[in-house]
Structures are given as structure tokens and as C-alpha cells.
Design a protein around this ligand. Structure first.
Ligand code: GLN
Length: 201
């Protein structure tokens, strides 16, 4: 199985390490010629969504990837990747792939909680007694969901500083998994296993 990993900016190597550990082959997407080969799934890593969106367009990959996502290619999008997928970005007139009918709020936890850890049960991953470790780095969250077909799969109900209520931090919609946190930094492969099982299908 070959997985394409967007490798223009951000935390792509960590995803590749886990995917290889799980037996997948990785192709790094750096420019339009890297799109020539076949691949079974796509990873959009964390980083800086504005920069990634700009590079995707400048490097000639944007339209082709958008088409593949719309045609059902399985996607695992984390943090900035979730922002790239989102239909709407709160407070911003623009969007990127706009394939996932949710509104995301960027840098949603403010300065004090720029980075933090939490735990949650994630719907759809291999069951174990331990919850999944969530690592957040200047993370977005899903502020609203625009279609009943979008399933929240990860919700945190308490922040480390004790503030706020429930926040959706992971969703699944058709071929797309969008996570506000960084499963590639968790030392737990279950989110990537779930993604690879979609790529097998
Ligand atoms: N804050 C970043 C953005 O808005 C996302 C951070 C991340 O991917 N860790 O794009």
C-alpha cells in the first residue's frame, strides 16, 4: 500500500515513520511531478495551514489533490491538515480544499494553551482500555458541523487549565478523517491503523 504524504512544510516525517512501521510505503508530495504515481491514501500533516495552502497552489498540486479527495481518496488530516480540508475557517473569507463540511477555528485555544495534552476515546479506532493521548500544538477545533454525515469521533470535555466545555477535536466524513491533534506524536498507532484500514477498502 502506498500512502502519499504532503511534504512541503510541517510534521510529515513523523507520519511517515508510523506508516512505515505499520507496513505502508510512503511517497512524499513535494511538487506536481510527485503526483504522477499511484497512491491509495493521502496524509495532510500539521504545520502552518496558510503556508501549506500557498505552497500547494504555487507548486501546482492543489487542483489535482482537491479532485482526488472529492473522488473519495482516503485522507488523514491532522491539525493544519484539518484546516486545509475544512469548508469554512472561522473569521476568514477563504478556504482551501473545502471538502469537509465543518467550520474550524484556528489557534482556538489561545496563548496559554498553545500546546497541551489530553486524553480521549476515539470512535472507530482499535479498542483498548487506555484512551488515546492527544497532543495539541496551536491547534484548531471544530467550531460547527455543517452536515449530519459528519461524525464527531473525538471530543474533549475539559481543558488542562480547567476552562471551557466540550470541543470536537476529531471528525470523520466519508473518506476523510480530520483531527485537531497530532496522533503522529502520540506513541500510539491506532489512528493511523484506522486510516490504513480505509485505504485497504
Ligand atoms: N496553528 C496552525 C495553523 O493555523 C496549525 C498548527 C499545527 O498544525 N500544529 O495552521
Amino acid at each position: 500500500m502506498r500512502i502519499a504524504v504532503l511534504a512541503v512544510q510541517g510534521a510529515f516525517l513523523e507520519h511517515e515513520n508510523i506508516l512505515r512501521q505499520l507496513g505502508a510505503e510512503c511517497v512524499e508530495l513535494r511538487n506536481s511531478s510527485s503526483l504522477a504515481g499511484e497512491f491509495d491514501g493521502l496524509v495532510l500533516p500539521g504545520g502552518e495551514s496558510t503556508v501549506q495552502g500557498k505552497l500547494l497552489r504555487e507548486l501546482g498540486m492543489f487542483e489535482e489533490l482537491k479532485g482526488r479527495i472529492q473522488n473519495g481518496m482516503p485522507v488523514l488530516a491532522t491539525c493544519a491538515g484539518l484546516i486545509l480540508l475544512a469548508g469554512h475557517i472561522s473569521g476568514s473569507p477563504g478556504a482551501h480544499f473545502a471538502a469537509l463540511p465543518v467550520t474550524v477555528k484556528r489557534n482556538a485555544y489561545g496563548r496559554q494553551l498553545g500546546s497541551f495534552s489530553a486524553f480521549a476515546r476515539i470512535k472507530g479506532i482499535r479498542e483498548e482500555t487506555r484512551p488515546f493521548p492527544l497532543e495539541f500544538i496551536r491547534a484548531p477545533y471544530v467550531a460547527s458541523i455543517g452536515s449530519g454525515a459528519v461524525e464527531p469521533i473525538a471530543v474533549i470535555d475539559k481543558l488542562p487549565d480547567g476552562s471551557k466545555g466540550r470541543n470536537t477535536v476529531g471528525v470523520r466524513y466519508k473518506n476523510q478523517i480530520g483531527l485537531a491533534f497530532h496522533p503522529e506524536l502520540a506513541g500510539d498507532t491506532r489512528c493511523h491503523e484506522m486510516f490504513l484500514s480505509m485505504c485497504h477498502a
